[in-house]
Design a protein around this ligand. Structure first.
Ligand SMILES: [Zn+2]
Length: 288
């Protein structure tokens, strides 16, 4: 018996999405300070700018719901596996309580939301990781939902778009978390063998076990500007190899220059870029 509680409700969840705006529950007059340049902006104005700083272009983190809202065509999203929850397989002290608290704080059941929808009219299987859920760490449920998404896409020959973000493996699930790297990578390989497009989008930060598995296996790998992309933290690497690393060596810009990713796309251009890639893929598919 796998360590999951498969508690499907009878009905699928539908989420209303708005393609070009981010809803904020903040009242008028509330300010947000930019993490990068310190600029103070009205939170509502920042939301209208898709949570990108007007002054320096810093891309704030988005919730999964916000990402879905600005990526998918309105009303097109149908969620999969929304009720898969961790069974606390190694009974890690305090984990069950932490999960419950995080669920209440975020309104999410887990650190990834998966489903299907359309982008510019093109059908996609989509996954969005949410950093606010225990650092979007990958435990057994995140790995299972991602693998199931790839498997469904393989069966139905529908492209996958995955918005990645993660601080790494879910330590509270021990080795079961690490096993998700192999499981998701194997599911990616089967998708690739079936000739189905997979676009991976690396958002800030995409690190460790997620980067070292499905995040870096996209046919096309996109990053948002300034996203931290790396396996291990800079300080740990410097202490291990006893060398100083160049500034910004784990930024999206650095990894683009060194051939790890294919392009950097600003948030306001992400949807149309994805739609173009899906259009190109569909034409090729038809031609082939
Ligand atoms: Zn700024």
């Amino acid at each position: 018996m796998p360590p999951f509680k498969d508690l499907f409700k009878g009905k699928q969840k539908y989420v209303t999405v708005k393609p070009t705006s981010i809803q904020t529950e903040q009242p008028d007059g509330l300010w947000t300070k930019c993490t990068q340049c310190g600029q103070l902006t009205y939170t509502r104005e920042l939301a209208h700018n898709l949570l990108v700083c007007h002054k320096c272009g810093f891309h704030f983190k988005l919730s999964a719901a916000q990402r879905l809202a600005i990526t998918l065509d309105e009303g097109s999203f149908v969620e999969f596996d929304s009720n898969l929850v961790s069974a606390d397989p190694i009974e890690f002290p305090g984990y069950a309580a932490k999960l419950e608290k995080t669920r209440q704080a975020t309104g999410l059941e887990e650190a990834v939301v998966t489903g299907q929808g359309t982008i510019g009219g093109y059908p996609v299987m989509i996954g969005v990781m949410d950093f606010s859920f225990i650092g979007a760490s990958m435990g057994s449920v995140v790995g299972e939902k991602v693998a199931r998404l790839f498997e469904r896409a393989t069966r139905q020959h529908v492209p996958v778009v995955m918005f990645c973000a993660s601080g790494g493996a879910r330590m509270q699930e021990g080795v079961l978390s690490l096993m998700q790297m192999a499981k998701t990578s194997a599911a990616c390989a089967r998708l690739s063998e079936a000739g189905v497009l997979y676009v991976s989008v690396l958002t800030n930060p995409t690190t460790a076990g997620v980067l070292a598995s499905f995040a870096s296996l996209g046919d096309i790998i996109i990053a948002e500007p300034g996203a931290l992309v790396g396996f291990t933290g800079q300080r740990v690497i410097e202490e291990t190899i006893r060398q100083k690393l160049p500034p910004g060596f784990q930024s999206a810009e650095f990894v683009l220059e060194h051939g790890m990713i294919d392009m950097i796309v600003e948030r306001r251009d992400m949807k149309k870029t994805l739609a173009s890639l899906l259009a190109l893929h569909e034409r090729r598919h038809e031609a082939g």
